[in-house]
Design a protein around this ligand. Structure first.
Ligand SMILES: Cc1cc2nc3c(=O)[nH]c(=O)nc-3n(C[C@H](O)[C@H](O)[C@H](O)COP(=O)(O)OP(=O)(O)OC[C@H]3O[C@@H](n4cnc5c(N)ncnc54)[C@H](O)[C@@H]3O)c2cc1C
Length: 291
């Protein structure tokens, strides 16, 4: 199919972008990797595509005040190969799972967050790490925590007359370790289920904070504080599995489909979560932020 007719504009400043979106009939285009298929299938019919790629203020990628700031036009692959990514190891773990290299060369980090596919990796990373999303609109700028940003499948806190300007990810601290894993039928496919895990330990190795975010199993990323599940002894990942099976029962609410039943996704989530929490804890205790 071909897209329905639309106008195309490429403003040079954020104010002009907001002017183009003011009537609520326009749609931002960043990398186009999700939006163009949506248009081609006529699942969306915006009157105007507002291309943000000429707004130089949206291309910043920098560390400041303990956060990694990723502007709206920063490509996934640019971040993947940046020096700054070592400050946020979970992003380095997750990005290779986002589609294919060619898609990541065009697709933006913020575009993935704004698109809010329930099975996408970067929304889960944002939720697990407690990222902050900066939004600009007619009323000025506002900041939304990742936990409040994702409102449902393909739905976020960004209004039709607003732009996601940047995402800010907290820099990893010493004593925190991370885990990330998913299962997809082929590499590059959206995940059947996936997990992001973060564990912070005391100097003696006792877990102080453990957070788990599941994706691909509900209409948005689902996060839980799982500190209480980690016993003070090291333990084998299999020891965590029974408690995580109970949690998966509660979290997974997607209908089964041709790729896997609800029960299969629950079992998958419990295994992935147990392994990644265990790995994250081990990395935290070893004083490493990642593997
Ligand atoms: C074959 C294929 C496989 C894929 N596999 C995966 C995968 O495994 N995991 C995964 O996460 N993604 C996957 N994707 C999606 C890909 O990662 C996209 O790049 C990403 O979801 C959207 O980024 P984009 O910059 O291309 O956004 P666009 O396509 O330009 O926009 C997507 C949506 O977000 C909105 N938007 C974009 N930027 C902003 C902004 N700054 N402010 C407000 N709204 C904005 C647009 O209006 C649109 O609604 C896949 C895509 C394809 C085609």
């Amino acid at each position: 199919m071909k897209p329905a007719p639309f106008a195309y504009v490429r403003p040079g400043s954020l104010d002009e972008v907001l002017g183009c979106l003011a009537d609520g009939e326009g749609k931002v285009i960043a990398g186009g990797q999700s939006l163009v298929p949506v248009l081609a299938m006529r699942l969306g019919r915006p009157a105007t595509l507002v291309d943000i790629n000429s707004v130089s203020a949206l291309s910043e990628l920098r560390l400041a005040d303990g956060m990694l700031r990723v502007g709206a036009t920063v490509r996934q692959r640019t971040l993947e190969h940046s020096a700054e990514i070592t400050s946020v190891p979970m992003l380095a773990m997750a990005l290779p799972f986002v589609g294919h290299r060619e898609l990541r060369s065009r697709g933006t980090v913020c575009g993935s967050l704004a698109h809010a596919d329930p099975a996408a990796e970067l929304p889960a990373v944002a939720c697990c790490l407690g990222a902050r999303l900066r939004i600009a609109g007619p009323g000025g700028h506002r900041e939304v925590a990742a936990a409040e940003f994702f409102a449902g499948a393909m739905t976020t806190a960004v209004g039709p007359d607003e732009v996601l300007v940047a995402a800010e990810f907290p820099v990893a601290e010493a004593g925190t370790g991370f885990g990330f894993a998913e299962l997809a039928r082929r590499h590059g496919d959206f995940a059947l289920a996936g997990v992001a895990a973060s564990v912070t330990v005391e100097p003696d190795g006792t877990p102080r904070d453990a957070r788990l975010t599941a994706f691909g199993v509900s209409d948005r990323p689902v996060s839980r504080d799982v500190t209480a599940l980690l016993t003070t002894e090291g333990g084998d990942w299999r020891d965590l599995r029974p408690a995580l099976e109970v949690l998966a029962e509660e979290i997974v609410d997607t209908e089964g489909d041709a790729h896997g039943s609800t029960g299969y996704r629950r079992r998958l989530l419990a295994v992935l979560a147990a392994r990644e929490l265990s790995s994250a804890r081990r990395r935290a205790a070893a004083g490493k932020a990642s593997s």
